[in-house]
Each structure stands twice: as structure tokens, then as C-alpha cells.
Design a protein around this ligand. Sequence first.
Ligand code: FES
Length: 107
Amino acid sequence: MSTNIGKFDDIASGTAKRVMVDGVAVAVVRIEDEVFAIADKCSHADISLSDGMVWCDSKQIECIKHGSAFSLETGKPDTLPATQPVAVYRAEIVNGDVVVSSQGDKS
Ligand code: FES
């Protein structure tokens, strides 16, 4: 199922926006002309990844609690203490809107 979460232009590059997709919290992240969607819950503890720092060059989001950096492309943690991946979802720009698909989970 796909969910339109709003205008791509409303998300500043280098930031994350928390949205709900089929009842699941998802962090939608914009890096310049690309958009990513990753589960908005760290795998180490119940912390929103959307509150963390986006690293544009490495396409990661860093958990604000203990600093694990998760790949926005794979959901895998590239740094400790998290060791388990989080789900990533298909995110597309359709007619200027961001559409996130809860099925077709890329992880
Ligand atoms: S809660 Fe995210 S790294 Fe610990």
C-alpha cells in the first residue's frame, strides 16, 4: 500500500520528517534530490531516528541517543551500539509529492 506523505519541497535537504504509514512510524529523509524512508525506531532502543542527525555524504541517519548511524539505503547500522537493521521502505517522488510504500519493504 502506498501513502502520499506530502510535498517533496516541504522537506528541507538534510532533514527527516516523521510520518505514519499504515500505522507504522517512518522517517522520511531528503538528501538533495533524493528521498529515503526508514523505520522511525532505532533497533537499539525505542528512540525516533527522525530526531537524529542526517549525514548527507554517507546517506546515514544517526540515532540521537547513543549515536549509531544507520544506512538510509539498507537500514543496517554502520556503527555500534546498534547491531540489528531497521526496515527501509520504497520512497518515490510522484508529481512533486513523496509516496512511501509500506509493502515492498526493501530490507
Ligand atoms: S537507542 Fe539508538 S543507538 Fe541506542
